[in-house]
Design a protein around this ligand. Structure first.
Ligand code: 13P
Ligand code: SF4
Length: 332
């Protein structure tokens, strides 16, 4: 039987009040899913706030690496996801590809002792664990600059995975030299070596889109996420993580026009007027959108039936090193 969203919401509220569960939703979730979240936020906020929450179950509405990060930081919690949808960027680097990236640096004469790996939180627990085991740490788009600044003090080469755009954008902001692994650059001549991953959603924004909006509304501001290409970030007025974008946009004068380059669901609920999507193609994250209200209901019902579905499990070794990599970030 098919239920309407209103009926599903009522059923979800009944189950939530009965079960020892906290529902967590990322900003990029569909509106109706976002609305049933007890804790909402960006990936860093969600991982840290769920750690301080004492419910037995966390139901995470987001993408796979986010649910994994909660489990890694809080191994005693039972983490379930309505859909274990894999972020396209996170799936661009496997443990084997990470090892190959390290080997290419070794072939250029850079030994492991001289590599400090940093992984964007948008990566699997397996990759985080490899980074942790090599003495490295995790960053998010909100703290990447601070993490890189601290890491540089060790005087090592930084291997930044998987997002080449975030790595290059931070390098540009800090006047550091960067390259993308495999682009033919001399690895010894740069400070940050970026893996060649990217977010397909954030690649949708183009210089033509920026030129279009600037011509149409000369006073408009352009605000984008640092997963956009460096050429887009350089041509924008503000570059920030999801939380930073929310703060910037909601604090603007209501009459100030702004065109935003990040995921559609978040932008569409930010501000009632004068906010535009910086692309003629709807920038929806397909994997974030996989989670429906019906999935949320069915996942709660499975807990109530005593047979939880889509539970996150992480082996002990991965758990140990991924936690170390995440905690090194949180310590900063
Ligand atoms: P945040 O870390 O800002 O939540 O972003 C995650 C993400 O996937 C952006 O595309
Ligand atoms: Fe991953 Fe991009 Fe979706 Fe963010 S928007 S979850 S980086 S695919």
């Amino acid at each position: 039987m098919q239920f309407t969203n209103e009926e599903l919401k009522q059923k979800i509220e009944v189950l939530k009040s009965k079960l020892d569960v906290t529902v967590v939703a990322h900003f990029y979730q569909r509106d109706e899913v976002f609305e049933v979240g007890d804790i909402t936020g960006d990936s860093l906020e969600l991982a840290t706030r769920t750690r301080d929450d004492d419910a037995e179950f966390v139901m995470f509405c987001g993408v796979g690496f986010m649910g994994q990060s909660v489990k890694v930081l809080s191994p005693n919690k039972r983490v379930v996801m309505p859909k274990i949808a894999c972020c396209a960027m996170a799936s661009m680097i496997t443990g084997v590809q990470y090892d190959e990236a390290v080997s290419s640096m070794n072939e250029s004469g850079i030994t492991n002792d001289n590599i400090l790996p940093i992984t964007y939180i948008n990566s699997s627990a397996e990759v985080k664990a490899k980074v942790g085991e090599m003495g490295g740490l995790v960053c998010t788009s909100s703290n990447a600059k601070k993490i890189i600044a601290t890491a540089l003090k060790e005087g090592k080469k930084i291997l930044f995975v998987p997002d080449r755009c975030l790595g290059q954008n931070i390098a540009n902001q800090m006047d550091l030299k960067s390259c993308v692994l495999g682009d033919g650059s001399d690895l010894n001549a740069v400070d940050i070596i970026c893996f060649d991953g990217f977010c397909s959603v954030h690649q949708l924004f183009s210089l033509d889109d920026i030129a279009f909006y600037r011509k149409k509304f000369p006073e408009i501001l352009i605000a984008v996420h640092p997963e956009c290409d460096p050429s887009i970030c350089n041509a924008s007025d503000f570059v920030g993580s999801t939380s930073q974008l929310i703060k910037y946009i909601t604090e603007l004068d209501p009459e100030q026009k702004v065109a935003v380059g990040t995921e559609f669901n978040m932008v569409s609920r930010l501000r009632p007027k004068n906010t535009y999507i910086l692309s003629s193609t709807k920038p929806e994250c397909p994997t974030m959108n996989e989670t429906t209200l019906e999935d949320v209901y069915l996942t709660l019902k499975a807990i109530d039936d005593g047979e939880p579905i889509n539970e996150i499990h992480i082996d002990d070794k991965t758990q140990k090193w991924a936690k170390i990599a995440l905690e090194r970030m949180l310590a900063l």
